[in-house]
Design a binder for this molecule. Structure first.
Ligand code: MN
Length: 346
């Protein structure tokens, strides 16, 4: 074993727990987890709210219901994504902001889909249980640690806990877990194990398809519909590529929705959509990925001005306007957007 890890007792203990956990069966993990809690416990579940963590918290709430006296789910981040808000509202997942929560009101602390060093808001909490699938971090401890970094979603781990506890999730919980796995594995195009696939399959018969559709489809604010009009009147097609600058917008998510929509256009290889949020130019890239690389293009063209990059089919850049050459930093429009890319795409 690495010597530097041995010399730090905290680091070696989290590593030790991590390795021990790999050898346990789901039944043993469940037993160890439940052993932490007493009937009078008031449990605080902490998550950085996203579909995987929200569904996982919902599952832990189900696992511990009738075993402890109170369970509260809190999140340090603001929930802005409309799909996540729809998920919370439609599936009735009770959550509240971490801000304003008094830790003295709780006796046990659970962290899901994250690890203590991930956020500064976690620093003042000593967690009793940490369940996660991100790469192992060091320098912290917990009574119970279950980190399976090969898993596509914590929802899969939670489905295994529920199964070990012989709990059949009701439609709301099943839909939440199903959606969590879908989102974290990008519909199984990203890292996933056969466990993720099999949980996904088992949950399928329990979900409510209408709720799921509504959650997946809710990604446009009514106030943002006007940007579609702008997009249609501003867009220019140049050599099988669609370019459009939307102008000032409140939230960059709408650029993603518009860019994704425009990829449906027949015989178009690239979609490049930009908008201004505050004093930044946000550029969203989409392409079919065939002999193309959106991430590399973003980096090549805009990397020198600010953060830019991504994957083969999708990429993004967030450029402070003041970093752009003079002729681009004033009155940015679709023509200037085309000009930026012209010599890089032929
Ligand atoms: Mn996750």
């Amino acid at each position: 074993m690495n010597k530097s890890l041995n010399s730090d007792p905290e680091a070696s203990s989290v590593l030790h727990a991590f390795r021990q956990n790999k050898r346990l069966s789901n039944k043993e993990r469940l037993k160890n987890l439940l052993a932490l809690f007493k009937r009078e416990d008031r449990v605080l579940i902490v998550i950085v709210a996203d579909p995987d963590s929200m569904a996982s918290a919902f599952a832990v709430k189900r696992l511990l219901s009738r075993r402890v006296s109170e369970i509260t789910i809190v999140h340090p981040n603001q929930i802005k994504r409309l799909n996540n808000l729809a998920m919370k509202n439609i599936l009735k997942i009770p959550m509240q902001p971490l801000r304003g929560t008094k830790k003295e009101d709780y006796t046990k602390f659970v962290l899901l889909d994250s690890q203590p060093p991930h956020r500064k808001e976690f620093a003042h909490l000593q967690f009793n249980a940490v369940i996660d699938h991100h790469p192992l971090t060091e320098g912290w401890t917990a009574d119970f640690i279950d980190i399976r970094d090969e898993y596509g979603a914590v929802c899969t781990m939670m489905s295994e806990y529920l199964k070990a506890a012989r709990i059949k999730p009701a439609a709301a919980l099943a839909t939440a877990l199903f959606y969590g796995i879908k989102v974290d594995t990008h519909n199984f195009t990203k890292k996933a194990t056969t466990y993720d696939v099999s949980c996904f399959q088992n949950l399928f018969k329990r979900i409510n398809q209408y709720w799921l559709n509504k959650i997946e489809q809710s990604d446009i604010r009514r106030s943002e519909l006007k940007y579609f009009r702008t997009a249609f009147s501003n867009l220019k097609v140049h050599k099988h590529r669609i370019y459009v600058h939307i102008g000032r917008i409140g939230n960059p998510d709408i650029l993603v929705v518009i860019a994704d929509f425009l990829t449906h256009v027949h015989d178009i290889g690239w979609v490049i959509v930009s908008g201004q949020v505050g004093e930044k130019l946000i550029v969203v890239f989409r392409c079919d990925g065939y002999k193309k690389n959106a991430g590399k293009l973003a980096e090549r063209v805009l990397g020198k001005y600010g953060p830019a990059g991504g994957h083969k089919q999708s990429a993004r850049a967030e450029i402070p306007l003041k970093n752009l050459p003079e002729k681009f930093s004033q009155d940015f429009d679709t023509k200037l957007l085309i000009k930026l890319f012209m010599k890089h795409l032929d």
